[in-house]
Design a protein around this ligand. Structure first.
Ligand code: 3H9
Length: 696
């Protein structure tokens, strides 16, 4: 009936092959196909054993996520896997590519597992706000013990075939023709071997419980607020107390609970949003240019971070600095990143040295004459950047792409320093650039399609999540940050302390509060910007001077040991500063403001309303192409909890009508700051939500 699954008999071995590109996801047709083929093979007297294999690039990479949230047709995956496990003939799963989630659960339910040496296996459901729901929580610990199983399920990171074999999850590793090797293996095995009967890893209950306790401790700090990790631990714990079938029932219930949660909806949204952010019109119209060498101008924190990201992606980099001392510092900054990794045991000195062979330092712009792309990462001042671009224009070969790593400046005012403005784009990396996933690709009007496409291919090479942004002040992220940052300042002046605001953000799921973040980035940056903007500031807007007053004391955050917080003896975690509270109290009293109290809920409602309202403006002006691009920006660049999907997805789940009502309520206090975006007003009037705009 379906051609996603085929069965062929190779003499006495039935080979069930799954063919559902791109990742052989286990949708209805695949589930039904496997079950039907299995039944036929089992009934076929000529067949002695069965191989399950994927065609194309991978063994199934999991359940079909696009089916989630719909009524899923039977057979369900757990049922299919139970049939595999209870099959009277040995079943061998032959793994290649990425055998993930439900795919790996098929393998765990099979009697034997053979894997290609390059295969990776894992249970990444936790990244979708889920847990393995097809027996994974019950079978994996039976095979490899609680500690390893919890690590695999809580981190969700795929592991190599070798690591899986060492843990007892794979029986044999092979190189070359997997199908042939699997058939040979199937001919060797004589009996069925059910994972659900395995108990050898469960004998030492005290050690098992200690592993559970350690996992619990880990998630309360690192995965605070998330539902799925807690449920994973509960299911693994159940193995000690319940027989297999009861553990399965618990797992099923937990899976359904997670599936119904907003956390899972948020994470599944984030999964698709980060894939769709790379699909931009320019990249569909043009092929990227060749990108084999990179130039980076500037060896400071950003330049060095970008260089490390490029070297890690295998791109040779020529770094330019103005003099020998600066280029030595630039090289030192790059080496420092690697030295830290070596010190932590995450990289060997050999690996570092190999990567450093891709690095060239120079003080001569002519050394960039052959590179395919140059990223400028110098001081964030227009005159400085223009001077660099003028020099680059003289030496760069025709066809090379020029990019500025600016976080605010207008790309046109930089590219006009060259005779090739159509070859110039913005590439806004986030600090530390070798770690942060987000890359805003800023597209000025004149940029050629293939130049933009090259920016996206660079992102892929550097393993970044790219988002296309229009060329407007602050692009997507910093523009919206500017707005909700002001909202936080208003709340502070009206009665909330910076610590109450930060705590509300931490409770919401942010890794760090906004004031701690300002301290980390350096308060002087914002102060300089505000001073520069002062002459053109609209006199009707409310201006809060708290941050300025803090800066006037020379308190610029962590680097000066003091900002919104005090950092005693170089501590990285700040403590509350009574003097900051006095400054705030003084400002309030001079303005005649009677402080009121803000609950954590109100703080978050206002903060998110400011974020979403400005997000609407960014969409209305075309700076972001779709709401999900804003979500990706905030999840990957600004610490918005991924399990909440991003601000626009959060607004959909919170209710866009309710959010507009909040904004209209705040508008009565401050009609300038809280003017509702027309886009939001229209959307609510039409009964739409942001997801409709994503689809549109
Ligand atoms: C699960 O299994 C639950 C069970 O425990 C219990 C069930 C009862 N479904 O990422 P790529 C699409 S939960 C549908 O660009 P790569 C993806 O959207 C699942 N579609 O490629 C994209 O589409 P498009 C547990 C999927 O090479 C295309 O495939 N499994 C699925 O960079 C290519 O993807 C996971 O969480 C899917 N499961 O990476 C694994 N997976 O071209 C999720 C991918 O239209 N997947 N697509 O944009 C991944 O981690 C990566 O896709 C993978 C390939 C590593 C496989």
């Amino acid at each position: 009936m379906f051609d996603q699954v085929t069965r062929t008999n190779e003499q006495n071995i039935a080979v069930i092959e799954i063919n559902n590109p791109p990742v052989n996801a286990l949708g209805y047709a695949v589930r039904k196909g496997i079950l039907d083929c299995l039944k036929v093979a089992e009934a076929d007297d000529a067949v002695t054993a069965i191989v399950i294999i994927g065609s194309g690039r991978t063994f199934p990479a999991g359940a079909d996520i696009t089916e989630f949230g719909t009524v899923m047709k039977e057979p369900h995956l757990p049922e299919v896997i139970d049939h595999i496990e209870s099959c009277s003939k040995p079943v061998v799963a032959a793994l290649h590519g990425t055998a993930l989630g439900g795919g790996f659960e098929i393998a765990l339910g099979s009697h034997y597992r053979i894997a290609d040496a390059n295969a990776r296996v894992g249970l990444p459901e936790v990244h979708l706000g889920l847990l393995p729901g097809a027996g994974g929580t019950q079978r994996l610990p039976r095979l490899c013990g609680a500690a390893f199983a919890l690590d695999v399920m809580l981190k969700g990171t795929p592991i190599s075939a070798k690591a899986a074999k060492d843990a007892g999850l794979i029986d044999r590793i092979t190189k070359g023709d997997l199908r042939r090797a699997a058939i040979t293996f199937a001919n060797e095995v004589r009996t069925v071997r059910k994972t659900c009967d395995e108990t050898s890893q469960l004998k030492d209950h005290a050690a098992y419980r200690a592993d559970l306790a350690a996992a619990h401790k880990m998630i309360t700090t690192r995965m605070k607020g998330q539902i799925a990790p807690l449920k994973i631990i509960a299911c693994v714990e159940a193995i000690l107390e319940k027989p297999f079938h009861e553990g399965r029932q618990l797992e099923r219930q937990c899976f359904m609970d997670c599936m119904a949660s907003d956390q899972s909806k948020g994470m599944i949204h984030a999964f698709f949003a980060e894939r769709s952010s790379a699909k931009v019109p320019e990249a569909s119209r043009a092929e990227p240019r060749i990108l084999e060498t990179l130039g980076v101008v500037g060896g400071g924190t950003m330049g060095a971070g970008i260089t490390v990201a490029a070297l890690n992606g295998g791109l040779p980099v020529t770094m330019i600095e103005r003099d020998t001392e600066s280029i030595a510092r630039g090289r030192g900054n790059v080496e420092k990143v690697y030295d830290r990794l070596v010190a932590k045991g995450r990289m060997t000195t050999n690996e570092k040295n190999t990567l450093m062979t891709l690095y060239t330092g120079s003080t001569n712009y002519n050394d960039l004459s052959n590179v395919d792309m140059v990223i400028e990462a110098v001081f964030e001042r227009l005159d400085v950047k223009r001077a660099v671009f003028e020099k680059l224009d003289k030496v760069i070969k025709p066809g090379a792409v020029l990019a500025s790593n600016t976080s605010y400046l207008n790309i046109d005012s930089i590219s006009s320093a060259t005779k090739r403005p159509d070859q110039v784009i913005g590439l806004h990396f986030f600090s530390p650039a070798n770690i942060m996933k987000l890359l805003e690709i800023v597209v000025p009007e004149q940029a050629a399609d293939d130049v933009v496409a090259t920016g996206f291919s660079l992102a892929k090479r550097l393993r970044k999540v790219p988002v296309r942004a229009g060329n407007a002040t602050g692009f997507i992220g910093n523009r919206i940050l500017g707005k909700y940052g002001v909202c936080a300042a208003h709340m502070m002046e009206d009665g909330a302390t910076p610590y109450e605001i930060d705590n509300a953000l931490l409770d919401f799921g942010y890794p760090m509060g906004i004031h701690a973040m300002y301290d980390l980035a350096g308060l002087d940056i914002g102060w300089d910007n505000r001073k520069a903007a002062a002459p053109t500031r609209d006199p009707d807007t409310r201006y809060v001077t708290i941050a300025d007053r803090i800066c006037e004391n020379g308190w610029f955050g962590q680097k000066t040991g003091r900002g919104f917080y005090i950092y005693k003896d170089g501590a990285r975690r700040g403590s509350h500063d009574p003097e900051v509270l006095s400054i705030i109290a003084d400002i309030r009293s001079k303005k005649g403001i009677t402080p009121k109290s803000f609950s954590a809920t109100e703080i978050m409602e206002r903060y998110l309303a400011a974020m979403v309202n400005e997000g609407c403006e960014v969409l209305r002006e075309g700076v972001a192409l779709k709401p999900s691009d804003i979500d990706v920006t905030f999840v990957y660049g600004y610490g918005f909890p991924r399990y909440r999907g991003g601000p626009m997805k959060y607004a959909d789940m919170y209710g866009v009508q309710k959010m507009l009502t909040n904004i209209q309520k705040y508008e009565k206090e401050d009609p300038v700051f809280w003017k509702p975006s027309q886009l939001l007003v229209d959307m609510v009037a039409q009964g739409k939500e942001f997801e409709d705009l994503n689809k549109g």
